[in-house]
Design a protein. Structure first.
Length: 512
């Protein structure tokens, strides 16, 4: 495309910013830090739980506090970045994330840990959309954009594997606290590099007023929803506070929808989610992540507590799943998404992941890693990776230029909120099944070793019960993908141009 044509589209020539590839290094480094943090914490959680005296019922808040804050504020973070400037929001997000990580590493109580994780989520919600929008405005040529976002996406996937291994080494040979402290140097280097290298293009800010009522209502509604699931685990589904939380969540989220219909500049324009294809993608991805997030928590505890794996060995044990995700996304999804309709990748992808989950329902205390866990993890990774890539691409296809950014952010929001709900919901189901198993079998255990055996059997039984539920959720996700997503072959790049709205290209996000 000629420079004249580029200018006609309102875009800078590809040679306009000589530092754009250097800037990509620091933006990608920030993304690596965020992905590392997600998987590192999973590996360190058992050790942190013991040191801080966190109960089994509350342990999921180490994961949920981050996921809920991130998912609930992601759209708001995108609006802030558009209004303040992406470079400024990016650097501020890095500084805040580093400070929150240092607080988490220095935590002395469970409450302090939960607060640090929530703060990480808040600043992550500012950092993530700022990073994506910086890439979008700095790489305007289609081929360069594809290459830049491809590198960014590969780091998102590969970073998960690095996090699992690094988390194991830090936990085993240093201390679980270093899984938080390690974020600080990453953030400092990325922030300094961004400040001196990134040159954000002039103009293009979204000057619309912030939808504060929408932010408050959506965040409070999601917090009430997840707390309701968490409360149900410890106090039962019929508990008055549990029921109150679910009612409050419904009222708050309904009020959010009503507000979004009336305000001039809504946080989430309803036209984005009422489109058949986009609505189907958001719903199916959210459901799939509900199943995946709880599984990561269960497998970490199964491998370390039941099987006696070290943190390092646990990290390596997860590698087949991460490799499967990368392979499914880059080698299957990317190659086929321009040849066949998205639903013929998403639907079967969720079914393959469901098959891997189905294998894990057969978990027992003495289950073989090579015979059961390895093939299950490979199937899970391949299926989810294959489904995610076309979903990310189709999520912004056909969207109005002014909604391109919020449509892409909604994908991440549905994933993060699904992760928060999934962790709480599946943990509740597992804990309930474990308690029932102990009650039914503990009377027959006369000696202490027998009682310990019953406890381990109950734990695995609880995991199996929750995983059965996750199988059903993945089946429902597949059905929704086949039913709702009826668009043809998705474009590999989706470029929207409009005043005050940045070009947007979907990026694969590997959930952990």
């Amino acid at each position: 495309m000629s420079e004249t044509a580029l200018k006609a589209r309102g875009a800078a020539a590809p040679s306009g910013d000589a530092n754009r590839w250097k800037a990509l290094v620091f933006i990608a480094l920030a993304q690596l830090m965020v992905v590392l943090d997600a998987t590192i914490v999973n590996i360190a959680l058992p050790s942190a739980q013991t040191d801080l005296g966190i109960s089994d019922g509350n342990r999921q808040w180490v994961v949920t506090a981050y996921a809920l804050a991130f998912g609930g504020l992601l759209l708001f973070g995108g609006r802030i970045a558009d209004k303040w400037g992406r470079k400024r929001a990016f650097v501020l997000g890095l500084g805040g994330f580093a400070a929150a990580s240092a607080l988490g590493g220095a935590a002395t109580t469970g409450a302090m840990m939960f607060g640090a994780r929530a703060l990480q989520g808040v600043f992550g919600a500012l950092l993530a959309p700022a990073a994506l929008s910086l890439l979008a405005v700095m790489f305007t040529d289609a081929k360069e954009r594809a290459k830049a976002f491809g590198i960014y996406g590969a780091i998102a996937g590969g970073g998960g594997a690095v996090g699992l291994i690094l988390g194991g080494f830090l936990t085993e040979y240093l201390d679980w606290r270093w899984t938080f402290f390690v974020n600080v140097p990453f953030a400092i280097v990325a922030a300094l590099g961004a400040w001196f290298v990134i040159r954000e293009p002039e103009g293009g800010r979204n000057r619309s007023p912030l939808d504060i009522p929408g932010v408050v209502l959506s965040t409070l509604g999601l917090v009430a929803l997840v707390y309701g699931f968490t409360r149900a685990e410890s106090d039962g589904w019929g508990d008055s506070v549990t029921v109150s939380m679910f009612i409050a969540s419904g009222v708050l989220l309904l009020a959010f929808v009503l507000v979004e219909r009336r305000v001039k500049a809504p946080l989430l324009p309803l036209r984005v989610v009422t489109d058949r294809n986009r609505g189907g993608i958001y719903l199916s991805l959210g459901l799939a992540i509900i199943g995946m997030f709880g599984l990561f928590l269960f497998l970490t505890y199964y491998l370390q507590v039941v099987k006696g794996y070290s943190p390092v060995k646990t990290g390596f044990a997860f590698l087949p799943m991460v490799v499967g995700m990368i392979t499914g996304s880059t080698q299957i999804g990317t190659r086929l998404m321009t040849r066949i309709p998205a639903r013929f990748l998403m639907g079967p992808g969720f079914l393959v992941a469901g098959l891997g989950m189905l294998l894990l329902t057969q978990l027992e205390i003495d289950s073989s890693y090579g015979i059961l866990l390895l093939p299950a993890m490979v199937l899970l990774g391949l299926g989810m990776g294959t489904a995610f890539m076309p979903a990310m691409s189709l999520a912004t296809q056909g969207v109005e230029p002014r909604d391109a950014g919020v449509a892409s952010a909604m994908v991440n929001t549905s994933q993060q909120v699904g992760g928060a709900i999934g962790t709480a919901l599946l943990n509740t189901i597992a804990a309930s099944a474990t308690t029932s198993y102990v009650k039914d079998h503990i009377a027959g255990a006369a000696s202490k070793p027998q009682q310990q055996l019953v406890q381990l059997q109950a734990m695995v039984h609880g995991y199996s019960a929750a995983i059965w539920f996750a199988v059903g959720i993945l089946g429902l996700a597949s059905l929704i993908a086949f039913t709702f997503v009826n668009a043809g072959r998705p474009d590999t790049t989706v470029v929207a141009s409009g005043e005050g709205v940045e070009d947007e290209m979907p990026v694969p996000v590997i959930a952990h």
